[in-house]
Design a protein around this ligand. Sequence first.
Ligand SMILES: Nc1ncnc2c1ncn2[C@@H]1O[C@H](COP(=O)(O)OP(=O)(O)OP(=O)(O)O)[C@@H](O)[C@H]1O
Length: 837
Amino acid sequence: MANKLKSKKKPLPDPVDLRPEKEEKVEVRSVLRDERTHKISGALLLLLSVFLFIAFTSYLFTWQEDQDKVFQGTSRFLFGDDIRVANLLGRLGAWVSHFFFFKGFGLASFFLCSIFFMAGANLLFGKKVFRLWRNLRYVLVGLLYFSVAFAFFSGKSAFPWGGAVGNMISEWMSSFLGKIGTGALLLLGGVAYFIWRFNPVFEVPKMPALPVRNKERNPEPVPDPTVDDADEPKLFIEETPRNKRNNLKKETGPVVPPPEIISPESIPLQMIEREDFQEPENTIPPFAEPEVPVIVPVQEVPLPPLKPAIPQADLELEIKEVTPEETPDGEVHEDLPPYEPTLDLRDYRFPSMDLLETHGSEKIVQDPAELEANKNQIINTLKNYDIQIQKIFATVGPTVTLYEIVPAAGVRISRIKNLEDDIALSLAALGIRIIAPIPGKGTIGIEVPNVKKTVVSMKTLLTADKFQHSNFSLPIAIGKKIDNENFIVDLAAMPHLLMAGATGQGKSVGLNAILVSLLYKKHPSQLKFVLVDPKKVELSIYRTIEKHFLAKLPGEEEAIITDTKKVVHTLNALCIEMDNRYDLLKEAGTRNIREYNEKFVKRRLNPQKGHQFLPFMVLVIDEFADLIMTAGKEVEMPIARLAQLARAVGIHLIIATQRPSVNIITGTIKANFPARIAFKVSSKIDSRTILDAGGAEQLIGKGDMLISYNGELTRLQCAFVDTPEVESVTDFIGRQRGYPQAFLLPEYVDEKEMEGKDFDLNDKDPLFGDAARLIVQNQIGSTSLLQRRMKLGYNRAGRLMDQLEQAGVVGPNLGSKAREVIIKTEAELDEYLTQIP
Ligand SMILES: Nc1ncnc2c1ncn2[C@@H]1O[C@H](COP(=O)(O)OP(=O)(O)OP(=O)(O)O)[C@@H](O)[C@H]1O
């Protein structure tokens, strides 16, 4: 047995094979990357530059005295303690200065101090204080040029003006070109260097103007075609964080000369370069209800009159503080843990990112030749119209490149603006949009489509920090801006969105992008969609999430509404939901859904009194034109009411249409949809209808879009999410346990259908008595009086008025006039009220 055990024992390792115990390794790379290493190196470089500067300056005055001693030999000089020198920085200062001045570049050696200084400052401060690589070129060329020029022009002076390098080159040039040739070349080189470095503006002195008689006699000056291109503006590629990451700078190397002057114009663009760019927090001004005309009902169509625009301020509710003592049953429930709505479906798992795909390489590929060709074409085109430019910058986006030009002094921007169409025609590329001037910048923008376009994947936007860590109520990732910044906004702040574009330009993809963003961020208890899809196919993909995220009318089989009649019912039901929510908010003494839900979560509202956690509701209509054509005002009016009022109660609208004509997107609709998206449209008129500005007709399709939001017009490349991706997200959600049924909207009864039906006095509205008293006190039988004074929704006020009619308090409807009030005094009313149940 012992033998057996022995035989199983592992043989001892050969001592030769034994490795030394692992030592803890200090990663050289991580040391090099360490911020502290950078700072220390920066400080050393700064010290070095100061050392050189002092030594060089001192050398100018002490060189004669120290030179003999230096010639005694380096080691003797440096380490010979008996040697005394005059240089302020001792033997080392004298030796280093001698080395650079005598053996190197002479006076031009001062350039070296600046390089060490710039590199040191950048490292020490950890950011680009100076543009090092750009300046390095100036310094190296300057070092060489000035050493030669000083050597040549100083003649046989004993002071090493040009150093050994300058002397050698100048002697060779003199023997090759002769003294005169070398002198001329050096002078020319000096001028060229100065222009390259400082790009001065040369102005021809103006002749006194002749009195102008007429245009024919004094035509505008024709540009001289023989004018040299030497001062042709150079192209600067904007280094957006994304461009940087993609080494675009490297790829486009030859096209990126340094800017000659850091002009004030370039400052805003430099801001784009900041790596630490912080997305501005939502800076939307407080929502102001747009003015909506009061629509007086036409006699033949007895539709309910549109509720007049009620400014948001007027909607403020009287705040009645509900103290804990006043809630449930009079007991304080502060001791209970806060209400957690997500516990309804506590096992719910949010869709994971791997359900989405990455489309294409996501790398922005920009061909330097393409950039150069576009630059030349822009410059030449502008030259044809006698517009000279100073500088040109390029920002490469996913679909288009923005060329920003700084016109030469004296060129009026209005002239460029007037020539907009001609310039676009001359550039002759599809999708050119001219922005003259770019708001807030004073430059002119020309957007030119890229030959190779980059698809912006939804996945990229959703995985971005800005989306992941957003604290928006309803964050939606729409796309990427031209500088590759992610465009992520809060739908709740928009608060409604109108989306239009010709067929096949990316609307459905855009809608899916918005819906998918919300699905990735919201729990089913926090959000419900009301989906209207007259085309019957676009939104059907979402039917699997009915029990999680969809809302529908009671008794309906399908949650996604495709029938126009049902759309009218649904919209009216949403209006009732809105009115009910306002009632709840009023009772709770809160102003908006956020305050209400906060109070509910803190268990300060009694569920037995009808209070409940209110999910956000998003109404999506995929083809609005179809609805307006078939149902007209019946659809327009509830939409206008919702758009005017529903924001505070958490109901938001997204309306898409293929036909952006004025009879579809009416003034009423437009006034209530401050945020609008335009994909490519077929005409400038359509673009104006949607955005109140041209430009959407110049887009290039496939998700290229303009968004008018917060008073700004921004070009975006819409995020792409393919149908199979949406399907996998909805399937993922649909497979999980949901609510027993879709969220039920309130029942809506068509007023016309109800006409003539008897009213049961036992079933009267709880506000019946108050309403009757208000009408009798004022002796005006008006529904809008009830709405205004009792702060009721239109439907509820209308129902109350019908009940008052049935009960004999007021007379029948008189169209636009107020109803007759039958009961004349409050005493009469009191007596009457005691008689009914
Ligand atoms: N953001 C995008 N990125 C890349 N390609 C896109 C994008 N949006 C749309 N496309 C391309 O354009 C095609 C049409 O898009 P989409 O179906 O969204 O158009 P639409 O405007 O909804 O058309 P219709 O009104 O006829 O339904 C897509 O199949 C896709 O190939």
